[in-house]
Design a binder for this molecule. Sequence first.
Ligand code: ZN
Length: 234
Amino acid sequence: MEEDKSEKDDYGYHLFPERDPRGRKREPFLSKLYGLKLRCKARMKIAMETSPHVKLLLDAMNQAGCTAYRDRHFTCEECDERVGGGFDSSTSEIVICQNNINDQANMNRMLTHELIHAYDHCRAQVDFLGNIRHLACTEIRAASLSGDCSLTNEMSRFKFGIKQHHQTCVRDRAVRSIMAARKFSQEAAEKAVDEVFESCFHDREPFGRIPHNTAEANMAYKEFRNRGRYYANI
Ligand SMILES: [Zn+2]
């Protein structure tokens, strides 16, 4: 929003060609791309109406004074095949990659992941572009709380104990996310993640718990709404 952006690092725009300020906005029209866009938007709407993870985060954003509007803050775009979504902190927009998100479960998870970045941006004035530790912190939280590391999603890694599995998965994913979007070395990404891991991994706001599955997310959503009621009655 207010960051002064230098052109040295492209801040990951190569992954999101439709957002590159140096390029133009392509509006695919009457094409396969247009069909993908419509389907993506339909799934996005379903996620906002049915996913407890997504509903909780939208409520939390609203409560924090950063109401997110579907028409203004969410978009479906063509992306590099390596990414499923992104949060553009310069415009406060969440991008879902219509060519890489292929089912509703994926949409729910991706939207949750990006909403956690949006929530952190709203709540903590996170400096995503300039500070690798801020970036590491929000990626740790997004990987941990979005279900990216739920067991069904990462079945193949069963060799770790459940708890160990979750933390290992979160760490790996946070490192990969940092490196995918920005030109940091693996070493720098790992160092930043390790430095902030303890405090950021244990920050479970606004869920209050790690919502490993839909039932737990429903519980978190209910608790969140009750929290709100207590505040309202004080
Ligand atoms: Zn992320």
